[in-house]
Design a protein around this ligand. Structure first.
Ligand code: ATP
Ligand code: MG
Length: 480
């Protein structure tokens, strides 16, 4: 009767069962709802469980106090009390009906006594199934279980009405396609085409949160095409559809959009920074495209693209650090190609230094940024990156690359030259660091000699030979 994968919910004594009993005794109904039910039926139990009840918020709070290990009431105005028990979060919300006014971003929320009202306002039928506890009674007014079995995303009510109530649902349609691997219903997709423009009333933060879940998912190819084909992408990331142009009017290569989606899908799921960088790595191409006698070129598209990526991610309210990192990945994504003539040690050091913490993501981006059908060309690029990674590993061992410091510090330079802190110290330290990057580790003596030459070139007093205690073996003072 009860599917095996739901059994833990009704095991007498399990926390969800206890909670159901507590509400029952108090004269209320408690239902597991939304993604929690969907995931329970799919056999992937969530960490956190969402419940709905006819009990008003004060009553919920009263019931869970004494049972829970911790109670949070921050969402109480919206009907939600959160309780912590045995490492899980239980969010319990009074049945709601939500009405969105045409001109407003904020829903008007009213409480309800009926589970059916609560389910009717939900986005998709597969998210609109309720499971009453402790007796496991399924409430499924919209055929959500059938759609779950078929893997279909369908709105419980007419999609136009649903998307008008909350336009974010249009984006959620493609988000769940990406995370669940389900197929959006044709009618829903048609409705998105008609109503995409309404996404404008949704805040950038809500769009960002859904888009982030979409872009890190396992299966992004179909959802990204869906966003573009329905016109929804135009509403919040217009640079993406703008990539759909002929890359080369003579050779008719894959267009930049198809390439971009393929590259994004190849990168590791779950890595938001890398996925965003993959999606945006070529967005500078349309603005830099030139057709000359030798075909098409996109000079400095990575520079333009880095700026465009920054602007777009800022507009979507991504955190500043992530914006800068993604922009930097876009900026650097061509570096290994421009250095294809063979890598000197100093070029490898510079690459590592410029990439910093982004090195692994950058290498993966460059590897994935190969969608040529020519197997020889593809293999050649992979070999180049293999070689680069091998060189980095080698150099790393030799010299703690990323934390390079010259063999003497600013205080030693000031004492030697008899000068006080100021821009001149910074200038000479730059020269010493530059030498460290170019040549690898060198000795203290060599450092002092470099400072001396520099001082003489500048017409400063001769500081004399290096101090007698200056070592003549190459050293690294690199940060460990
Ligand atoms: P995930 O496992 O990715 O969190 P989820 O289904 O739990 O998926 P949430 O965004 O956490 O998604 O929302 C929880 C539930 O609330 C949904 O299953 C759905 O029933 C309902 N819901 C959330 N956002 C909306 C919305 N914008 N419109 C209608 N219903 C929504
Ligand atoms: Mg959830």
């Amino acid at each position: 009767m009860i599917p095996e994968r739901l059994r833990w919910l009704v095991e007498p004594g399990s926390p969800p069962y206890q909670l159901g009993e507590l509400f029952e005794k108090a004269g209320y109904r408690l239902y597991l709802v939304g993604g929690s039910v969907r995931d329970a039926f799919l056999g992937r139990p969530d960490e956190d469980l969402d419940f709905a009840t006819d009990a008003p918020p004060d009553e919920i709070e009263r019931i869970v106090r004494g049972w829970a290990e911790g109670v949070h009431t921050v969402g109480k105005a919206f009907g939600t009390i959160a309780a912590r028990k045995a490492g899980r979060l239980y969010e319990i919300t009074t049945f709601r009906r939500e009405i969105y006014r045409d001109d407003s971003r904020k829903p008007v929320v009213t409480f309800s006594k009926r589970i059916e009202d609560d389910l009717a306002r939900r986005d998709f039928t597969v998210n609109a199934v309720a499971l009453r506890l402790p007796q496991i009674e399924v409430v499924d007014p919209y055929g959500g279980l059938a759609d779950l079995a078929a893997g279909v995303l369908r709105t419980p009510i007419d999609p136009h009405e649903s998307f008008s109530d909350d336009p974010l649902r249009m984006l959620r349609l493609f988000r769940f396609q990406a995370t669940l691997g389900f197929r959006p219903d044709v009618e829903a997709v048609e409705a998105v085409k008609e109503m995409a423009g309404r996404l404008q009333i949704v805040s950038a933060e809500r769009i960002r949160d859904e888009f982030s879940k979409l872009i890190v998912a396992e299966e992004v190819t179909a959802p990204l095409w869906g966003l573009v084909r329905t016109g929804l992408a135009d509403q919040f990331i217009p640079e993406l559809p703008a990539l759909e142009m002929e890359q080369d009017p003579i050779h008719h290569h894959k267009d930049v959009l198809a390439h971009t989606i393929a590259v994004t899908a190849k990168t590791s799921p779950g890595n938001l920074r890398l996925r965003l960088a993959a999606l945006l790595h070529d967005i500078g191409k349309p603005a830099t495209r030139e057709i000359g006698p030798d075909g098409v070129s996109f000079h400095h598209h990575e520079v333009v693209g880095a700026r465009m990526a920054r602007d777009r991610l800022r507009a979507l309210r991504y955190p500043k650090s992530l914006v800068e990192e993604v922009s930097r990945l876009v900026f650097l994504h061509l570096r290994p190609h421009t250095l294809k003539m063979g890598w000197t040690d100093s070029a490898v050091r510079r690459y590592v230094r410029d990439a910093g913490d982004l090195l692994d993501d950058l290498n993966e981006l460059v590897r994935c940024d190969v969608t040529t059908r020519n197997p020889k060309r593809a293999a050649a690029i992979q070999r180049r990156i293999d070689e680069l990674e091998r060189r980095i590993a080698e150099l790393r061992e030799k010299e703690e690359l990323a934390r390079m410091r010259p063999p003497i510090d600013g205080n030693q330079v000031m004492a030697y030259l008899g000068i006080r802190p100021g821009p001149m110290v910074g200038e000479i330290m730059d020269v010493l660091l530059e030498k460290r990057i170019e040549e690898g580790p060198y000795s203290e003596r060599e450092a002092y000699e470099t400072v001396r030459r520099w001082a003489l070139e500048r017409g400063l007093n001769d500081p004399g030979p290096p101090p007698p205690d200056a070592g003549d073996q190459p050293v690294t003072r690199d940060l460990g």
